[in-house]
Design a protein around this ligand. Sequence first.
Ligand code: ATP
Ligand code: MG
Length: 426
Amino acid sequence: MSQYRAIRGMVDVLPGETSLWQMLEQTARDVLFAHGYSEIRTPLLESTDLFARTIGEVTDIVEKEMYSFPDRNDDSLSLRPEGTAGTVRAAVQHNLIQSPQRVWYMGPMFRYERPQKGRQRQFHQLGVEAFGMPGADQDAELLLMCRQWWKRLGIDDVLTLELNTIGNNEGRERYKIALTGYLSDNFDALDEDSQRRLATNPLRILDSKIASTQAVLTSAPEMATFLDDDARAHHDRLCELLDIAGLPFISNPRLVRGLDYYNKTVFEWTTDRLGAQATVCGGGRYDGMVAQFGGKSTPASGFAAGLERLVLLLQTLEMDANTSPDLYIVSADDDAFAQALCEADRIRAAFPGLGVVQHLGGGSFKSQFKRADKSGAAWAMVFAAEELAEGKVTLKPLRSDEQQMTLSREDLNTFLHQLETLAFEN
Ligand code: ATP
Ligand code: MG
């Protein structure tokens, strides 16, 4: 065994698994394109300060999860733990948000967490950010777009949308005071972490997973009673739009997100199929961030989905992305191989939807067919001298009980055309 192993919490995605990833990513790209969103690609490294200021100094991410280090010039840099801060930085830097902008990104994020199923130190997110639209219509569009993605993946019926509003700053400050008062009265019943957070970030206590703390929270004051008219109207309109669109959701008054930049709408998509790592996607509105970066005050709303958890979910549901080749080409001898090489080249150009694997390295028919079978190909295409002399090749089914056929060039093209149509349909 090699003396080197991947760093703890950083995972190799191997050839057998990448097809599912590609399917997930391609479906996302299709859905995003269908909604008019464009891709943005930003660096993996940003200044530490960028994350500290936006995500919040007293969040789990900034307090204990970031990979931060001084570079050779002693500037503190961090591997990005999430994508929104860098996207907003880029949008302001390049003046992208003079008018509404819809962007998305996909790629690795880094957080120093305890690795477990669905929780890694390098993981991947697909994130979407919409700038310039203050209304509930934008939030509704984002949620419908998520659902569209889930539907195309076939996982919409195992995902639940949880929705909350955390209001505007003023209402939230008043709520924080009320909540802090209530929790202070029950200080001794809180877990240690929550006791510590009471002074720094009381809202985070709301999503504590500790039973004793949850018990205290059942009678805690609720954000809903502290909303101002604007935040209330925004939330009501969003709920109305979701109802009209037939997108069911659960109102979860305890839902707060682990990042400080949100206001008004917050949401999570959760599943009961993945154990503790139940949230596959989370997001909400962050109207203050662009101005915080020195840009013109611009409303914004977005979400990030965890791709590892979605892959796990697809695997749990035993969904498969079929990547077996359509054809595996075997040839009888060197002459037949040379003809097959040219024919494979022609087929790939004429039928770009087909997966065509050619056997290399020679060997007996028997050993070539063994490989053909192992490749998962639907058909073996056989090049042999006698048939080639008549301009024909033989097709032998490897996975179905269809007939073996020896076809002329013309019939072969008809057959390949049908095969390609089938491949597109799948
Ligand atoms: P959690 O509560 O599970 O730690 P989070 O609130 O920290 O999640 P976000 O920052 O909102 O997560 O990120 C959005 C999504 O990214 C999460 O819902 C999850 O699917 C995924 N995600 C976050 N952290 C990790 C991780 N360490 N490993 C794998 N996926 C992750
Ligand atoms: Mg987390």
